[in-house]
Design a protein around this ligand. Structure first.
Ligand code: PLP
Length: 387
């Protein structure tokens, strides 16, 4: 049976050049970058080279990039680290209801220890309005965290405008760029952010490695404590092969961004047009224009997202409903609910995310089988009446 992967927002396959770049660092050049001897020094040089490549991808200085264990740690650190370091200014954080749990959970944790949390609403496309952010800001606001693009709907937020509003009130601005770095133009200066999270495995790099950009001069406490790695800001021996692979992936993403986008947009648009045209009462979730080049997210009335996933999987297609982290549960997507979708539509969502290896025949195959799957499932629904 044909096997088609359409879940690139959950993770991407490591690029062959990434795997090649990593190989020597497992058992050949295995030194600890903190060691003073030659083994340590060659590992340290590799880490610094990778740091430069990742910094270049987002227009940052190499001395502003800190390696972490992934997007989750970068988000956790950005929230907790800035809160701890700036608590004397105030105890107020502003965020949105569509953030990834890696931001929402540490924010809620702070909420339990005396911090006040404001959530700025999103519109039906999942977009934050800078005017709403302005109203939520206070003199004691320490941090604003709004993601660059949403992992479920693909909606790209107006981060440059939002950060301007936040910083004019003296608040720090963090953005989770896990879905955008390497996929669309992501530049810390044009975005005007103080902190930005990235993850290796979303851009054809390895899993278990990420980075946090921290603008020079930003007050942030340590999150991982122990050794003096990462200029004393993030303890633990560096994941050298992972970091080298992440660097190679960042370099490739920068060089190939236009080519990848030009490949993805026509495929995404064909998929969206095909689904909406062949399935009645199907709707596109997220912004029609301001969306990631690889994201198509639908709600299909009278059908459970999970049932669609299982049926697609039986036909060889790997997709997702809600975010990867919650797709094991039957809870409706918090992102779609906060965009105002009713429960049944938030339950019936299907996320198809494309990548550099997706072909037009993959799209044709999904368009061929999906209407039949929906028809079969609707036939079992007591609520569905044929149009
Ligand atoms: N933030 C967003 C927007 C994501 O999509 C993800 C992963 O799904 C994460 C954070 C977590 O990243 P990681 O898997 O590297 O911990």
């Amino acid at each position: 049976m044909k096997k088609i992967y359409m879940d690139y927002a959950a993770t991407t396959p490591a690029h062959e050049k990434v795997v090649e770049a990593m190989k020597p660092y497992f058992s050949g050049m295995y030194g600890n970058p903190s060691s003073v001897h030659s083994f340590g020094q060659e590992a340290s040089e590799a880490v610094e080279e990778a740091r430069g490549k990742i910094a270049s991808l987002v227009g940052a200085g190499a001395d502003e990039m800190y390696f972490t264990s992934g997007g989750t740690e970068s988000d956790n650190w950005a929230v907790i680290g800035t809160a701890c370091a700036n608590g004397r200014k105030g105890k107020h954080i502003v965020t949105t209801p569509i953030e990834h749990h890696a931001v929402q959970d540490p924010v809620r944790h702070l909420g339990k220890s005396g911090w006040e949390i404001s959530e700025v609403r999103v519109d039906r496309f999942g977009m934050v309005d800078p005017a709403d952010l302005k109203k939520a800001l206070r003199d004691d606001t320490v941090l604003v965290s709004v993601m660059h693009a949403n992992n479920e709907t693909g909606t790209i937020e107006p981060v440059a405008e939002l950060s301007k509003v936040a910083r004019s009130r003296g608040a720090l601005f963090h953005t989770d760029a896990v879905q955008t770095a390497g996929a669309v133009e992501t530049d810390v200066n044009s975005l005007g952010v103080d902190l930005l999270s990235i993850s290796g495995h979303k851009l054809y790099g390895p899993k278990g490695v990420g980075a946090l950009y921290v603008r020079k001069g930003t007050r942030i406490d340590r999150y991982m404590m122990g050794g003096g790695q990462e200029k004393g800001k993030r303890a633990s021996t560096e994941n050298v092969p992972g970091i080298v692979g992440f660097g190679a992936a960042a370099e490739l993403a920068r060089a190939e961004m236009k080519k990848r986008t030009d490949h993805l947009i026509p495929l995404r648009d064909k998929l969206i047009k095909g689904v909406l045209g062949s399935i009645d009462e199907s709707f596109l979730n997220g912004h029609p224009v301001m969306r990631l080049p690889n994201n198509a997210n639908f709600s299909i009335k009278y059908v459970e997202g999970e049932s669609m996933l299982l049926n697609l999987d039986l036909m060889g297609v790997a997709a997702s409903s809600g975010s990867a982290c919650t797709s094991g549960s039957l809870a409706a997507s918090h992102v779609l609910l906060s965009m105002g979708l009713p429960h049944d539509l938030a339950h019936g969502s299907l996320r198809l995310t494309l990548g550099r290896l997706t072909t037009e025949s993959d799209i044709d195959y999904v368009l061929e089988i999906l209407p039949g799957i929906v028809k079969k499932l609707r036939a079992m629904s007591p609520l569905y009446k044929k149009p």
